[in-house]
Design a protein around this ligand. Sequence first.
Ligand code: FAD
Length: 429
Amino acid sequence: MSKPGTAHVASYYAASANPSPERPALQGEVQCDVCVVGAGFTGMSAALHLAEKGHRVVVLEAARIGFGASGRNGGQIVNSYSRDMDVIESRYGSETARALGDMAFEGNRIIRERIARYDIACDLKEGNLFAACNTKQMKGLIEHKALWERFGNDQLELLEGQAYRREIGSERYVGALLDHSGGHLHPLNLVLGQAAALESLGGRIYEQTPVTSIEHGEPVRLHTPEGWVVADRVVLAGNAYMKGLMPQLEGKSMPASTQVVTTEPLDAATAQDILPTDRAVEDCNYLLDYYRLSGDRRLIYGGGVSYGGQDPNSIEGVIRPKLETTFPQLKGVKIDYAWSGTFLLTLNRLPQFGRINANVYYAQGYSGHGVTCSHLAGRLIAEVLDGQSERFDAFAGLPHLPFPGGRTLSVPLTTLGAWYYRVRDALGV
Ligand SMILES: Cc1cc2nc3c(=O)[nH]c(=O)nc-3n(C[C@H](O)[C@H](O)[C@H](O)COP(=O)(O)OP(=O)(O)OC[C@H]3O[C@@H](n4cnc5c(N)ncnc54)[C@H](O)[C@@H]3O)c2cc1C
């Protein structure tokens, strides 16, 4: 029986999750080499990499495994980062761009290694598309392809003009870029599968165990309602759902929520009509729509962002008009599930990696595209804890500025910014 507020959100993913036992809450004292706070992709990737290297790992999760963004996202395996490599290069120099570029496709590979090695059933399917809503966006995709090819992705295919219609049964676009190396999956089943893999290596997971305070030192003590952990090292992986454990960083990121709906299962002909090749799609708008078919042929459609993590009154009211604009043939389709989740934005849209003292590490703020980068983050944290800090430090060295006015004032400012971009998206400028 879950404590109030700790059950998985009532999503399609929770309803179709693979069986997974409820883990106990922590009671009394536990000791370990590394304590990971947060059982999402970041925490579970770090924990699993560390356990594979022989560390004694304990994971503390405030709610349930995959309770946060990792268990409720669009499931789209999108390569690279939320900021383009040319912007990274012009702002932070060619050395940083090269270092980040060399890792831009690694998170994707890690996911596939995990699925294969631990035999995780999570409806993995191949390929994702970036769809251009206007010619300016199409020009951007052509540049995007050249840029990613420079960093080693040779799996890209431009679909100019109506060629995209072989992939998407919608009139909305002027073309698309297909990344054959991307894909999509059931994200909650991926994180649950990694949790089971961790336990098979001796790692321990405590659910419904929020870390309420941290006593820094050597070792570190992490306090929870009914117990505490004494750990040599700590990984903070609570992302947008974590409050108060890193107050010094809170002004430099902002929670934002996005909404997702899932239709009833579609008949084979309708599914074939809207997404004949069964890829994932996101458009190129600043406030983007993203969608794909589930393993049982439902349309999972997301879009909309509200800053500060507040949910709209009616999720279906926000998403249905977008879905029906893209696919008028689905007008009136029954929506079986609607939910919302929170991710963490940074001002430069690049992830925040770093250390507090010498023995507490964190990675967060993937700014909307975190499925692949969170898996990379876990590997880099495991590397730095084993004394190889170069790749972790390529991210940790990125400067992060505070949102003007901190989290409170920046919500209205960013909402204003979002309104501006919504108008730009609508005008195609
Ligand atoms: C609706 C939605 C759709 C998205 N779609 C996509 C997509 O299609 N593709 C893509 O690339 N990215 C997508 N993202 C972003 C992606 O899901 C996230 O970037 C990624 O899952 C972040 O993983 P995480 O492990 O860092 O954080 P989370 O998954 O949020 O996990 C953090 C965990 O930490 C726990 N926690 C917090 N505080 C504490 C504490 N004090 N003590 C113990 N535990 C704590 C939380 O309960 C939570 O389980 C989407 C995000 C959302 C919300």
